[in-house]
Design a protein around this ligand. Structure first.
Ligand SMILES: *Cc1c(COP(=O)(O)O)cnc(C)c1O
Length: 426
């Protein structure tokens, strides 16, 4: 049973229960497990994704969260298809579709799982819990959906005004029980800064706060499953993963899976123009900075918080395990077009960054190991970009078609801790 250490190393290790409720460690660090339990020996024989989830996560959850089996079953009840791209140029490239959950992005896995684990922990207390989450688009709606209606929990979403797509906005502001959406007049990094500041704000001491950002270990653990599931379905001996990345939470899930024994040859960290991580991997001295806006806006992160975790988990093996690349908006559109014309596959702009990363990796290394690209969002979440790239509109799944077009219930605030504080205490 792992304990959780802070990347800042200034507080004693804590249990999973504590790490789930804290979100961020009290010294400002991120929690990382002190050991990684190996995959169960029979993981390749699991009969379904849900069965695999039970097997793989049991050593992480079994002594700490009672009823975790039911929580996982309830949270992870949608399909995860692995699609092989049938074309010579894309031979051996697969796409793992992580976008068939209720809000159509991979964030549903982590958010729904974490919500149910946290709700289970809180079942014997009357002290209400406030979950704060900064979102560049997809996290907010996944978290809102995950926590909506759970007793004793209020979720507060912060999203950057004018920097999420129309569909994302509709998903974010849809009225939900126990959820408040805040439209912040600033960037995603401002939203993230406000959440961090709230945790150390003396005026908020009376509130029990937690975070559902990818900094919360409860979101990371289920993200291991993508990687294991891809290898189970594909029956691969060894595999390369290409992960469209922003805050590096998805990729950190993959690294945990590889430390648990999954046969991963290399990870590709596929970034948009926010290139801190690829530049760092290439050995450049770069500083984290402000985020740049791109077409793959859920990856517009200038200062990826999970970078600290990757460093703690991999140490000096970081650049041996992870190959990085940065894809511009024009190159993203070209990749969407190229895969569509060759195979008929319609990729969202984030997934396209991963696809382009896969081709570049192969060209740069000559490595012909099968590649699995994480398809992180449904293309219908980004209809304008899909139309711009392909000249056709993506098919709209029923979950989206049902959402009202109304403005919803978001409150607009300036990007200041005082403004957030006033809302939380109101
Ligand atoms: C959040 C998100 C990403 C980036 O994931 P990280 O874990 O932040 O690296 C990529 N694509 C989509 C569609 C997302 O919603």
């Amino acid at each position: 049973m792992p304990q959780y250490l802070s990347t800042q190393g200034r507080v004693p290790p804590v249990s999973l229960q504590q790490a789930l409720v804290d979100g961020l460690a009290p010294d400002g660090g991120l929690y990382v497990p002190d050991t990684v339990p190996p995959l169960p020996s029979n993981w390749r024989d699991a009969s379904s994704f849900a069965a695999l989830a039970q097997e793989v996560l049991a050593p992480w959850l079994e002594n700490e969260i009672s009823g975790y089996e039911a929580a996982l079953r309830d949270a992870l009840d949608f399909p995860v298809p692995l699609v092989a791209l049938e074309n010579a140029a894309w031979d051996g490239v697969h796409v793992l579709e992580l976008f068939h959950g209720p809000t159509l992005s991979f964030k549903d896995f982590g958010a729904r799982t974490m919500a149910r684990l946290v709700a289970g922990l809180r079942s014997d207390t009357t002290d209400p819990l406030t979950i704060l989450v900064a979102t560049s688009g997809d996290t907010g709606s996944a978290v809102a959906d995950g926590f909506a209606g759970l007793p004793g929990i209020r979720a507060v979403l912060l999203f950057p005004a004018g920097q999420v797509s129309e569909v994302q906005q509709r998903q974010l502001v849809a009225p939900r029980a126990g959820v408040t959406a805040l439209r912040v007049e600033g960037t995603f990094d401002d939203c993230q800064r406000l959440v961090k500041a709230a945790f150390s704000d003396p005026e908020l001491k009376a509130l029990t706060l937690s975070s559902a950002n990818s900094i919360n270990i409860g979101r990371l653990l289920p993200q291991m499953l993508f990687y294991v599931e891809a290898v189970r379905q594909g029956g691969f001996g060894e595999v390369v993963f290409s992960t469209p990345s922003g805050n590096l939470g998805n990729l950190t899930g993959g690294v945990l899976a590889s430390l648990a024994g999954l046969p991963v040859r290399r990870f590709i960290a596929a970034h948009n123009a926010n290139r801190f991580f690829p530049d760092t991997l290439a050995g450049c001295e770069v500083e984290m900075g402000a985020s740049v806006r791109t077409l793959s806006n859920a990856m517009d992160v200038g200062a990826p918080s999970n970078f600290e975790r990757l460093g703690a988990l991999l140490g000096d093996r970081l650049s041996a395990m992870i190959w990085g690349t940065s894809v511009s908006d024009d190159e993203t559109l070209a990749a969407m077009r190229r895969v569509y014309e060759a195979t008929g596959y319609v990729a969202c702009p984030h997934t396209a960054v991963g696809l382009e990363g896969a081709l570049r990796y192969r060209a740069a290394t000559g490595d012909r190991t099968p590649v699995v690209v994480m398809a992180t969002a449904h293309p219908a979440k980004f209809p304008e970009v899909v139309e711009q790239a392909l000249g056709v509109a993506p098919d709209v799944p029923e979950t989206l078609a049902r959402l009202p077009r109304a403005e919803g219930h978001a409150i607009t605030i300036p990007p200041t801790p005082a403004a957030l504080c006033a809302i939380l205490l109101a």
